[in-house]
Design a protein. Structure first.
Length: 264
């Protein structure tokens, strides 16, 4: 077995273990905290373990996903408020020890999410660009909030949006170019589409016009997420039926709000 394959197997086992542990504490409170470090994971792990050992929580543990460079801290019996307090103190400790600005995601759920959702929490921590502690709520683990098609040539952008939107309960599909996107709109009928204007095959305003002409019962809402900042292009997009226009680089929090507004 190769080292890469071994890491993937270990990673899968980790999230299965976390799901099982969460199920053991169903209804009695169970907090889960993820921390990410780009280059000082070993040092951060030692500091986090030292902190967790001082807690009164019975069964608190620290686990590591080396492939994703994240730590998972389990806190049985903790409410969200109590876990958030510990996360704030731990964040302060890591900063005082000059271990960087840790990225932290926190959840306290009475109903345990599936291992795939727990892994999405870890991935979101790794991809986070904010030093604020991200609170993952039970409402975000619910599915059926809407279908969103992500269209962008950049695989990293697609993956970031997929993880962030999945954590909020949206169902997503991805397309790397305009032609693939048009095909998916007909077959999948998304509620909303987030799209770059610079695409292979068909792009820009012709792409937007093709979407409006598709034989679908309910055309998707369109949020343009692009590097194009030309005022004339922005005006033409809104005239063509685009619902919102966001330029890169963008604020994920602001994009979340724009999406919710479009789907209301």
């Amino acid at each position: 077995m190769s080292q890469a394959t071994l890491q993937r197997v270990q990673s899968t086992d980790l999230y299965d273990e976390l799901e099982q542990e969460a199920r053991q504490h169903r209804g009695s409170g169970f907090a889960l905290m993820f921390l990410y470090s780009a280059d000082r994971l070993s040092e951060m792990k030692d500091a986090v373990r030292g902190y967790v050992e001082q807690l009164s929580a019975s069964g608190a543990q620290v686990r590591e996903d080396a492939a994703m460079r994240t730590l998972a801290v389990t806190l049985p019996g903790y409410s969200l408020d109590a876990a958030h307090y510990e996360a704030l103190l731990l964040k302060q400790l890591l900063e005082e020890q000059r271990l960087g600005e840790p990225r932290i995601t926190l959840a306290a759920l009475t109903e345990p999410p599936a291992s795939s959702v727990i892994k999405q929490m870890a991935e979101a921590t790794r991809l986070s660009t904010s030093s604020d502690i991200y609170i993952y709520t039970e409402q975000e683990s619910e599915r059926g909030r809407g279908r969103i098609l992500i269209v962008d040539q950049d695989a990293a952008v697609r993956e970031f949006l997929h993880i962030r939107l999945a954590m909020q309960g949206y169902e997503t599909l991805q397309a790397a170019d305009g032609l693939e996107a048009l095909d998916l709109i007909v077959k999948w009928e998304p509620d909303l589409m987030i799209t770059e204007l610079n695409l292979h095959g068909i792009d820009g305003l012709p792409f937007i016009h093709h979407i409006q002409q598709l034989a679908v019962k309910h055309p998707p809402k369109i949020v343009v997420l692009t590097e194009k900042r030309v005022e004339q292009t922005i005006s033409q997009c809104f005239e063509s039926g685009v619902d919102d226009y966001v330029t890169k680089p963008f604020s994920p929090v602001e994009l979340d709000a724009r999406i919710r507004r479009c789907l209301q």
